[in-house]
Design a protein around this ligand. Sequence first.
Ligand SMILES: [Zn+2]
Length: 424
Amino acid sequence: MFNLALLAKQGWRLLQNPDTLLHRVLKAKYFPDCSFLDAQIPSHSSFTWRSLAQARHIIRLGTRWRIGNGSQVNIWKDNWISSSSPLKIIFSAPNSSRKCKEAEQIKSIPLHPSRHDSMVWSGTPNGQFSTRSAYQLQAAEKSSLSASTSDQSRNHSFWKSLWGVAVPNKIKVFMWRACKSSLPTKANLFSRGVLSSCTCPVCHDENETIFHTLWDCQYARTVWQNSLLHKLHYSIQVSNWNDVVEEVLRTQRQQDIETFFTLAWMIWGNRNNAWLQKPSADAEILGEKAATYVEEYNEVTKKVEDSRSVLCRKWSPPTGSMLKMNVATTYFNTRKSVGLGVVIRNSRGEQMASYCEEFPSAKDSLHSAANAMIKALQFGVDAGFYCLMVEFSHSQLKALIQSTEECLSEIGDQIAHIRNFREH
Ligand SMILES: [Zn+2]
């Protein structure tokens, strides 16, 4: 890095002293029709030229035009705004705060119609090149680059937990791309030279980065603040999308993580609609839509898993005159209720009785399952079946019922109630 800063010094001298012999020789050979900064590096170049050309990146980074009569400056491409960072015009929306600031900065630049434009070094207050400031400029660039790559290369557990979230694959892929900075935001397309502007297509005010679109845009803010995750939006104080995701994965409950993923995906969908000039979804109800989506998805996949486990563990009939009662439960989180299904069959697999009911859920799945079991057993007794085998899948409840020890926790009364049925 230090070598490069020294080479930049040579390059800077070349740029400032076009009358030197070295400049004239190099110009004749390598850039007869353009400036040192725009010259090509042909494959047969000398070592000196290659080395100097290598350092141009630093010079470009730190050089700006001092405006004289303005005739040499390309106002759209060159660095020429002295007090801003970067030193050039950023394409932003009319009336945005960035644009107003730029206008102020431009208005403060004095014009000198009798003087040529000249190149000055922006790294020092006096506009003179210094090796030290070139070195600092490089170091700053390197650390900002490595910061963004380390963002992208999060540790293994981050990606593992991201892929482990129970949402449809398309949403996981979306989130993965968002965290890899590979979504086609305007800032991304702008940096690849595909677009000439990077203004957010939704608010037309800020540059459209992933963090802006999904978290910081006025539309996204309204969405988050009207969702179940509103506290999260207030509490997370970071300025990088991956940090937001990491914080969510680390601190939130499973269902909130699923809603977070889904809602971010919906915000992106809305952004794509805005891009296609389609009407945008109501920001105030998007949170509710995401919660319903997650719940429906969970219900469907849970059913699929349940039916899979039933298929794996093939139902086996009871022997002789015994009857078997199968008890199944399902949970509806938004309705805060439990669905209970009961089937009683004989040894030939014929259905003798069945029953279903939806009732309010208890404080956790164990309490709800115990309540469901009591209802199921009561149904069996009421229907006149006394000699029943009972089959169900809640392993924790099963262990508590089968244990010979007394249950001392809050669920003890229900367990005792269930055990009592055996006495009948
Ligand atoms: Zn925006």
